[in-house]
Design a protein around this ligand. Structure first.
Ligand SMILES: Nc1nc2c(c(=O)[nH]1)N[C@H]1C(S)=C(S)[C@@H](COP(=O)(O)O)O[C@H]1N2
Ligand SMILES: [Mo]
Length: 198
């Protein structure tokens, strides 16, 4: 089947689906900077805060009631593995951002456990980012970010914060966890933006 040979054309030449410096993997490695938090769905919350201090909150039940999408995307980790054709279900970020009044350019995403990552608001819009709660047809497993994680497949996977619990919109860019210790502020795999200065 084409799925199996999709990453290579001919003699091991990477095809267009593989950004520079990446190799293909079929398993789904787990990369976490700390322990996997266990989050009780009764207490789970997602909080959106705007640059003016407006807040919007969803509990788990409310979140599941939001319109969701099923997407198939390729994942690219800065440690050089890529996994192609992964399927997810989640809420597109624009469905959340539509609910507040904002003109902010920057977002800082935060997670249970304290992880943060920053990205431009425009990278969250137009079908580029989701808060995903299902992977491969199943509820998202805790080690991969369940109950819910950010999914921003066009950037390196560290931007896809696991155990996500909110988003702070701001006029100023603020580096997140990895961005503040040397990883690229934007992290485009196609331009190989791995570290500061790339
Ligand atoms: N909350 C949180 N999210 C996180 C991380 C983390 O340590 N904590 N690691 C990031 C990194 S570096 C990667 S490569 C991906 C890994 O996702 P996976 O474990 O589902 O493969 O999660 C990202 N999101
Ligand atoms: Mo990573």
């Amino acid at each position: 089947m084409s799925v199996i040979s999709r990453g290579f054309r001919g003699r091991g030449r990477p095809d267009v689906n593989l950004p520079p410096g990446q190799y293909l993997t079929k398993d789904f490695p787990v990369l976490s900077a700390g322990p996997t938090p266990r989050i009780d769905l009764d207490r789970w919350k997602f909080t959106l805060t705007t640059e003016s201090g407006e807040r919007r909150e969803w509990n788990w039940e409310e979140f599941l009631a939001l319109p969701s999408e099923k997407v198939t995307v390729d994942l690219h980790c800065v440690t050089k593995w890529s996994k192609l054709g992964t399927t997810w279900e989640g809420v597109p970020l624009e469905a959340l951002l539509d609910e507040v009044d904002t003109a902010a350019d920057h977002a800082l995403v935060h997670s249970y456990g304290g992880y943060t990552t920053n990205l431009p608001v425009e990278d969250l819009l137009d079908g580029k980012a989701w808060v995903a709660y299902r992977y491969d047809g199943e509820d998202l497993e805790p080690e991969h970010g369940g109950p819910a994680r950010l999914l921003v497949p066009h950037l390196y996977l560290w931007k896809s914060a696991k155990w996500v619990n909110g988003l702070r919109l701001s006029d100023e860019d603020e580096p997140g966890f990895w961005e503040s210790v040397g990883y690229h502020n934007y992290g485009d795999p196609w331009r190989e933006q791995r570290y500061w200065g790339d």
